[in-house]
Structures are given as structure tokens and as C-alpha cells.
Design a protein around this ligand. Structure first.
Ligand code: SAM
Length: 290
């Protein structure tokens, strides 16, 4: 590695509370030759707060690949550069990936300067099993795509977490309630580190009612955490191929209630898993039609 080249520092910044920044991050922002920012005005507010006057360049969101090559050139010329996004850890649902990749490809050094990240803050305070967990970023924006997305994850045993905007949080929970069982645990971690920070864990059905009722629960920034599906006792909760075949035939002819009753009667199976299967079948048929 050439000693004369600069390093790229990936610097986490606060997600609300300006005090949530490390000494090392401040020192780095002071000492680098350049700060490459998602939005120059945004980072300037932070720099002003900490009395840092350093040169800021825009990390052109629409042509990050070009910006990445320019940053590599600057690093090669010996400049050290800090990469920041508007809030939290760069690259986590934020720009920066092409830059970090290009710097690696050029065999130059990338140094993470750790700090705030909304999904980690939310998970740390959620009180649900988080090892392992899956981070989904932002979920799809349209209702039918969201329902498909949720139904694909309905039976995952591990916790999953995603970001959602205040404009879609209610519709998102409504779609989730169509697909997931009402008792599934959901955590909303809202406005983390800010004045109106709220972290609530409830069964899905109660969470939906709360967000419908309380306008404040539809304001601000959201991390949503969904506890994984409970482990099924295979012998108890899985329906047989034959039960499913009969259920499907009956669902084509009668209501869910009747189809479930008849399937239980004909096959001697348990009502709960047959009922769950009926809901999943009708839901996936509906999605196909949409
Ligand atoms: N890079 C950021 C991070 O490290 O968390 C995430 C950036 S992403 C563009 C912004 C989304 O993160 C918001 O829409 C929200 O879902 C989530 N988020 C950011 N700050 C938050 C906060 N203070 N409380 C809850 N969610 C937050």
C-alpha cells in the first residue's frame, strides 16, 4: 500500500440528537482534507454546531459512480476524505456504496468511524430476539407489493427490521395485518434520540389500532421491527398435502369458515393450522388477481 495516499473515513453522524457523535468523528471531520457529503447544507449545520470549518463537497447522488472515481483520484493524490450522509451511518439506506467499493477496488484504505444507526438503536431497545436478524431497508411503496413482501417473510423464524416513512406507516401496518397473524409482535421505534422518542412493542392488531387512533404515532421517523414467526411444532401445526388439496377444492366453492369446517370434518385435522392455511391460500389468490 502506498504510504502517500490518503484514507477514506466513513463517518457516522447523529440521527437526531446532535450530542450523539463520537470524539473520534469530530476529530476526523476537523482533520481530513475534504468532507464528501450527501447534502452539503445538511452537514454544514452539524459542522457549525461543532465549530468545524472544513471544505465540503457534494457526493452527487445522481452520479455517484463518477463522484467515486473523483474521490479515488483525490485519495491517490494524498488527500484524506471523510464520507458522511445526512444522518446516521453512511451506506445504511444512504448513499456511499459506489465510493467505498471504488476505494477498495483501488486498493486504498477505508476506515469506519462508528456511531449512530437507527436500526441498531431500535433493535438495542426493542426487547425482541435479535440474533440473527435481517435488515430490509425501506419496504416497497405500493400496497400490493408490500403485501407480497410481507407474505414472503410471514414464516421467517428470525426477526426482521425495516425503515418506514411517516407518510406510509399506517398503510404499511394495514398491509401487514392482512398478511401476518394478529398476535405477531411488532416494535415501533420512532423518533429515536429525539424529544418524542417512542419505543413500543405490541401485538400487530393492537399496534395497528394504536397507530390508527394516535396521530402522533404517524409522525416522525420510524424503525419497524417484526419478531420472527414462532417455531411450529411440525406434527401439530403443519397441514398435510391431502388436507391442503381438500381445503383448496372447498375454498373454490364455499366461504373460508365453511371450507375449514368441512376440511376438519373430512380429514380429522386440527382447526387452527387448517384455518391459517385457508387464510394464506385466499390471500395469495387475491394477490395473484391484483
Ligand atoms: N443512515 C441512516 C442510519 O444509519 O440509520 C438511515 C438513513 S435512511 C435514508 C432514513 C430512515 O432511517 C428514516 O426514514 C427512518 O426510517 C430511519 N431513521 C433515521 N433516523 C431515525 C430516528 N431518529 N428514529 C427512527 N428512525 C430513524
Amino acid at each position: 500500500m502506498n504510504q502517500e495516499t490518503g484514507k477514506l473515513y466513513v463517518v457516522a453522524t447523529p440521527i437526531g440528537n446532535l450530542a450523539d457523535i463520537t470524539f473520534r468523528a469530530i476529530e476526523t471531520l476537523k482533520n481530513v482534507d475534504l468532507i464528501a457529503a450527501e447534502d452539503t447544507r445538511h452537514v454544514k449545520m452539524l459542522l457549525q454546531h461543532y465549530g468545524i470549518s472544513n471544505k465540503v463537497i457534494a457526493l452527487h447522488q445522481h452520479n455517484e459512480d463518477k463522484a467515486a472515481l473523483e474521490i479515488v483520484e483525490k485519495l491517490r493524490s494524498g488527500l484524506s476524505i471523510a464520507l458522511v450522509s445526512d444522518a446516521g451511518t453512511p451506506l445504511i439506506s444512504d448513499p456511499g456504496m459506489p465510493v467505498v467499493k471504488a476505494v477498495h477496488d483501488a486498493n486504498l484504505i477505508v476506515v469506519p468511524i462508528v456511531g449512530a444507526c437507527a436500526l441498531i438503536a431500535g433493535l438495542s431497545a426493542a426487547g425482541v430476539a435479535i440474533t440473527p436478524f435481517t435488515f430490509e431497508g425501506f419496504v416497497p411503496r405500493t400496497s400490493s407489493a408490500r403485501q407480497t413482501f410481507f407474505s414472503e417473510r410471514a414464516n421467517i423464524l428470525t426477526t426482521w427490521v425495516f425503515y418506514e416513512s411517516c407518510h406510509r406507516v399506517l398503510d404499511c401496518l394495514r398491509d401487514m395485518a392482512i398478511v401476518l397473524p394478529p398476535e405477531r409482535s411488532i416494535v415501533i421505534a420512532r423518533e429515536l434520540t429525539k424529544l418524542h422518542e417512542t419505543i413500543i412493542k405490541l401485538p400487530l392488531i393492537d399496534m395497528l389500532a394504536l397507530v390508527e387512533k394516535e396521530a402522533n404515532m404517524r409522525k416522525g421517523e420510524f424503525v419497524i421491527i417484526v419478531e420472527g414467526s414462532p417455531k411450529m411444532d411440525v406434527s401439530e401445526n403443519v397441514i398435510t398435502v391431502e388436507q391442503e388439496r381438500i381445503l383448496k377444492l372447498l375454498l373454490a366453492e364455499c366461504s373460508v369458515k365453511k371450507a375449514v369446517e368441512l376440511t376438519v370434518e373430512i380429514t380429522g385435522g386440527k382447526k387452527k393450522p387448517i384455518y391459517q392455511a385457508a387464510l394464506q391460500i385466499t390471500e395469495s389468490e387475491k394477490l395473484k388477481i391484483e
